[in-house]
Design a protein around this ligand. Structure first.
Ligand code: NAP
Length: 251
């Protein structure tokens, strides 16, 4: 069994760092041309592009739906079409449930816009695009929080990720006959900037104690699963979620 993505084009959101950068590297290694999306990590994404032959860089703020549309159109134009869309970019915005001011609403707006609305729009554009060219694969990065729930400070995050799971399942059910496959990947703690705040506050052992394995999940542990799903070897698993949480939440 060999993964060969030669001739395929993929868009990876949030490729400037963390899990997205690892996904871009693995897809590129498998032969895909990869669209590397970023918002603020220009230096990082330029460095990454050097390591992913045939890649192209796209900037968009996923809070702005016009920028999301432009991102998709630009990637399609650059590669002459897309076969794979990986919705990886995300934010975890902490908000105290006792917050009374605008901050509570702003946290929910930002979280839902970046983690769910932009993902929904990119999925919508991908479905429209894929159905005109015989199909394609969508891989959405959700979270363990979608299933287990999160702490009270991250309810916005958990709710947005639950939305991503339901969205992905719906796409799989609605558009399978048109060749559109849709998968969820749900990481638990993974060694990236997003997990770093908690590691800095409580130490790495605190995070590892939550796992059934001895080591923290690395971005590449997620990237290899995404590459497998992108390959076509798992198409009859459409609509499903692969947990990558080191056995910390088995459901
Ligand atoms: P990360 O290191 O914080 O990277 C987040 C990425 O999202 C960056 O590339 C960032 O781009 C991009 N991004 C954030 N806000 C954006 C916006 N408004 N517009 C455009 N891009 C934006 O996070 P990560 O840990 O790799 O997370 C990747 C995915 O895995 C996320 O969906 C996250 O929810 C999920 N996840 C992570 C963990 C974990 O423990 N790390 C656990 C479960 C799920 P710039 O840096 O260029 O601005």
């Amino acid at each position: 069994m060999h993964i060969d993505l030669n001739g395929k084009s993929a868009l990876v959101t949030g490729a400037s760092r963390g899990i997205g950068a690892a996904i871009a590297l693995r897809l590129g290694e498998a032969g895909a041309r990869v669209g590397l999306h970023y918002r603020s990590g220009e230096t990082e994404v330029k460095d990454l592009a050097q390591r992913v032959p045939g890649s192209q860089i796209f900037r968009a703020d996923l809070e702005d739906m016009q920028e999301v549309r432009n991102l998709f159109d630009d990637a399609v134009a650059a590669f002459g079409g897309l076969d794979i869309v990986v919705n990886n970019a995300g934010v975890a915005v902490r908000v105290d449930e006792t917050e009374t001011g605008r901050a509570w609403e702003e946290a929910w707006d930002t979280t839902l816009n970046v983690n769910l609305k932009s993902v929904t729009l990119l999925c919508r554009l991908a479905v429209q695009h894929f159905t005109t060219r015989g199909g394609g694969r969508i891989i959405n990065i959700s979270s363990r929080a979608a299933f287990r729930g999160d702490t009270k400070e991250y309810m916005d995050y958990a709710a947005s990720k639950g939305g991503v799971v339901a969205l992905t399942r719906s796409i799989a059910r609605a558009f399978g006959r048109q060749g559109v496959l849709a998968f969820n990947v749900a990481p638990g703690w993974t060694r990236t900037a997003m997990a770093q705040d908690v590691i800095d506050e409580h130490g790495e052992q605190y995070v590892v104690d939550d796992l059934a394995l001895n080591t923290l999940t690395e971005p590449d542990d997620v990237a290899t699963i995404v590459t497998f799903l992108a390959s076509g070897l798992a198409d009859h698993a459409t609509g499903s979620t692969i947990d990558v949480n080191a056995g910390s939440y088995v459901h």
